[in-house]
Design a protein around this ligand. Sequence first.
Ligand SMILES: [Zn+2]
Length: 378
Amino acid sequence: MPTVRDIVAALNRWAPEAQKADFDRVGLQVGDPEREVSRVLVALDLTPEVVDEAARTGVEMIVTHHPLIFKPLARLTPTDLVSGLAFRLAQEGIAYAAIHTNLDALRGGVSFALAELLGVENATTLAPERGMLKKLVVFVPQSHAEAVRQSMAEAGAGQIGDYRDCSFSGEGTGRFRATEGTDPHVGAIGEVHAEPEVRIEVLVESWALGRVVRAMQAAHPYEEVAYDVYAVENAHRTVGYGAVGSLAAPMPLDAFLAHVARQLGAESLRYAAEPGATIHRVAVCGGSGMSFFGAALASGADAYVTADVTYHRFFEPMDVTGRQRLALIDAGHYETEWITEQLIADRLAGAFGGLEVARTEHRTSPMRTWTGTAPEAR
Ligand SMILES: [Zn+2]
């Protein structure tokens, strides 16, 4: 039976916590890592009814997309919603973890699931992330170049898009003088030694750097290894927010709106669009995606489906002539993200045979849409 620690580790292998946004808090928030788990409940949000459901069904662990504890808690008492839920989880002995922006940023994560639900094919990352990559350069005697190259690749270095084991090597001469008290692999103490060496360069994801450096050092014969770590500005090819691709066939705007509402179970859609537009290329971002509006526009998308669009931002698709450059559609935060529950549940069930994983029976959104008839206001 897996422990809470095993489940958190499996989530971390899938969507590394280092991929999360700076402001975010993910991972284990409540509970004993050593507790064994036979049943997990997955929800988009942690609400009192989700905790009730977990307690009633004997679940040992809950995993949600939106983190319960976002700001540090000043107290753990049943006085307000957040600290009260954390208090209750601790009391019930239910462990709790969140997988949030680290799952948003994953290729195959939240936005890719949303794209698939909307029939968007051949999706790629809409807004690749910068600052996630390092360049590791190491100088190795020729005799050990292959072993070092291989051990770095095995530890996860040298991934570019779908290519693996990527590296660059150049030959040169390394010089060093070993001083008293050292134990040099080659050369004599007190003399400058010149050794034919290979300079090996690899790209490494920042969260894998420690592991790769340790593997490199283990395979390297020198007592003191010469290596450099550089920050690089390249965007990560497969880590980032949103997804963009194309529908199997173009759809008139009205048909596309109906399709979005039906697929997402949205009672209403708020949108700005050119009447009679044709929608073929579609960008999506589950949840609050307006930070990536520029990327959606630049991607050439005919529509951008996201949530939490405020009034003034609905003007942004409009050009100086009043024409809408793309259809901006706010389908609702819950509506664009509930698919995440299935994504997490499938992943956990696939990772641990025998682990029971269920999605909550509750629609956790606190928002409702009023659909009555109102008198004329204006
Ligand atoms: Zn969200």
